[in-house]
Design a protein around this ligand. Sequence first.
Ligand SMILES: CC(=O)/C=C/C=C(C)/C=C/C1=C(C)CCCC1(C)C
Ligand SMILES: CC(/C=C/C=O)=C\C=C\C=O
Ligand code: FE2
Length: 560
Amino acid sequence: MDSLLFSDICRHHVSAIPMLDSDQSKHKKHGLVLDNNFGFARKPDRRGLTISRVASPLQPAIVPSPDKETVDPDKNHVAWTSVRQERWEGELVVQGEIPLWLKGTYLRNGPGLWHIEDYNFRHLFDGYATLVKLHFENGRLIAGHRQVESEAYKAAKKNRKICFREFSEVPEYENFMSYVGDLAKLFSGASLTDNANTGVVKLGDGRVVCLTETQKGSLVIDPDSLDTLGRFEYSDSLGGLIHSAHPIVTDAEFLTLLPDLVKPGYMVVRMEPGTNERKVIGRVACRGGPAPGWVHSFPVTEHYVVVPEMPLRYCAQNLLRAEPTPLYKFEWHPQSKAFLHVMCKASGKLVASVEVPLFVTFHFINAYEEEDEDGRVTSIVADCCEHNADTTILDKLRLQNLRSFNGKDVLPDARVGRFKIPLDGSPYGKLEAALNPDEHGRGMDMCSINPAFLGKKYRYAYACGAQRPCHFPNTLTKLDFVEKRAKNWYDEGTVPSEPFFVARPGATEEDDGVVISLISEKNGGGYALVLDGSTFQEIARAKLPYGLPYGLHGCWVPKK
Ligand SMILES: CC(=O)/C=C/C=C(C)/C=C/C1=C(C)CCCC1(C)C
Ligand SMILES: CC(/C=C/C=O)=C\C=C\C=O
Ligand SMILES: [Fe+2]
């Protein structure tokens, strides 16, 4: 049973954040708080991890490495292993120095639980959401993680099986009639997951919301306790079941895209802080078919929203299937071509719609307007993590592939794809690499920028790159689009998550700040890492009591 493996996780005295609740008290042992209450029975996972450490209440723990002999790093890298318990919180020992100006909480969301009972999920994106926090204050660091209490997660726990349609997993049907019943529920959205495992955003009004690609998977959480407070109900009647996993969120607005699978196109919508009502800015009809392209993310400039139409398109038939297809809910339609549409934020009018070379991206990095000497906008530049128009990256993110690294260099090449969209009515846009991909080992994804440069001409981005041979991005990289160079951070055998930039208050330089990442180590350990935004050198790290599974996207909640 997992409880043996989870033994003796220490929790320190953190007076500001009450932890004991009735669930936890039953695990209270030797003055420690455990929270091994997944309710999913499971055979031991051969990690044989034992972290046994009792910390005095005020002393941060020094946690020994797990038993090396029983850890098979190739198969059991902690990045691809389910989080070991529902929740934990404690203060970490900091090596180096956390700047005193860094006051607030970094939140990171991601799919962290990939099994129920003995059933292992297939794809990275299937896992139930694990929310991680790093609270920085006065040079100290309090960390914690907790499962997001979606209906999908709670139902799986209660019924000991998958109950909703996830990215690639669907509930097991007892008979044909139950499959038909589930299909009926698909159209109303009732059978879709609300497992908000992709990102977390802080709205302009302070509410913090975990998100995924289903609209029902928008869940409000408490950034201190990591409690799930309830569903974020959109009060408009725009309908639809899915949206972009990456809305553009600023203190002033929330912008997102609602793909329309019936009449292929996208609704561009905006929501003001303090409301739950999205209002339509405009609609873009697809130029290719048979369905809209997948819009995991999209970029904006100061005045425009760029709507990508990728040839990797949603596929209604694949949505209905009980077994995943090679491209899951999507299909690759190169003959349908690729387009970028540009909509004016203020009027909802389409100011450009250009055909561009075929591309595959999850993540746009940023976009900005270029002007002539009279201040007229002549073109738009939009950057993304581009997988060389190759969809195989989706297959590389299958857990079986992630868990079977054998030293071979199998990560497909990726680059910073820079689109140039003319606004003079020309029918074509360009796509080129913004810098030589060798600068970042030809791996490229999970990007962030200084948020003050959102939609504006910018020089720097932070992302994960590659130190080859590898099967997954394994470096942190700082990209300089002026010098066309990258600075890379690498720690052998680790899997770093999205580098997240936090600007120093009062900064005037774009890269004046820190970059935060959570690192999963091959020995089962893990640490929080803080790099200097400018030099990209390590300034602090703090070991976690145990490594955490790979996570996706984060946000920053400044201390009030
Ligand atoms: C974690 C991540 O990056 C993406 C998650 C995507 C999900 C959960 C997609 C779910 C979907 C369904 C459950 C049915 C409808 C299509 C689609 C949005 C792909
Ligand atoms: C982790 C990832 C791609 C890595 C490729 O090199 C994509 C994640 C997408 C969802 O947020
Ligand atoms: Fe994403």
